[in-house]
Design a protein around this ligand. Sequence first.
Ligand SMILES: Nc1nc2c(c(=O)[nH]1)N[C@H]1C(S)=C(S)[C@@H](COP(=O)(O)O)O[C@H]1N2
Ligand SMILES: [Mo]
Length: 320
Amino acid sequence: MLLRHKPELTSADVTPKSIYLQRRTLLRGMGLAGAAALAGTSLLDLLAPARAAAATTKLSGVIPGAFRTGEPPTPYNDVTHYNNFYEFGLDKTDPAKNAQNFRTSPWLLSVEGEVRKPRKFSLDELLKLAPLEERIYRHRCVEAWSIVVPWIGYSLQALAKLVEPTPQARFVAFQSFYDPAQMPQAKYTGLEFPYVEGLRLDEALHPLALLCFGMYGETLPNQDGAPVRLVLPWKYGFKSIKSIVKIRFTSSQPPTSWNLAKPSEYGFYSNVNPAVDHPRWSQAKERRLGEFFKRATRPFNGYAEQVASLYSGMDLRKNF
Ligand SMILES: Nc1nc2c(c(=O)[nH]1)N[C@H]1C(S)=C(S)[C@@H](COP(=O)(O)O)O[C@H]1N2
Ligand SMILES: [Mo]
């Protein structure tokens, strides 16, 4: 018998966090230079002290999804200790420290606005709404660093279908949780809170747009947007809003946090575009966390084949 179909394994099967961490401990004992060469990791990464992570749990029943870049995932420790989550501070190392005691349970996500069936979902309801897929996406921050992450979730489309958007729905607005008592660092960052984001309806319904609950086989660490966030791999990282409590379907274009803060630097669309520089730096190259040399940034972060048609006829210099 020919075994033509073979199941692809997910991170939960082969590379749970424990193995990432065990491997690091092992390598540390081998002598740094040799270990770094063997692992293909940067010396800086190995020299970093072992760092605590907020509690996460394994997600079960995760199936390999259709979108899986062949590139190797960025080490878990880098993805969880180099974050932007301004509610928990300005520095990349702040969220891992300051989000540890963030309370993410119970959690309610309200889906409302131009929909026939507005509804509040508990996290358990959300986790059962559609099969959980592992998708390995490239993720490119506007600050020119990038990561490759095995995310877990399903297309936002699945949730949208359930609430039945009305014909008036043309955009989708997203809002993060905000509690100044749990997030005392937020007020020093210069952004307004709660953090808000938005998409055109067709962008939100694109199969690549991921409603995300986990990564590397487990639930999201707090600093990465627990318990539920967006991941939009063709857009700059700030569009991928974390710790979402509200999704509102609207008839007009919603405000977005970075556009409110600096409209000359951050537009509504924010598609990854190496041809359009940020006013203060080039967007032509990026540094993958854990690597030394920069690599070229690709149009739509390498997802042009899937998403470019959403923007046909639009001037992407004007609509940045
Ligand atoms: N609520 C909220 N969501 C947010 C942010 C934030 O400050 N607050 N930062 C954004 C930015 S700028 C980036 S690059 C990504 C970072 O996601 P990561 O830390 O999981 O890599 O989250 C985005 N989502
Ligand atoms: Mo970012």
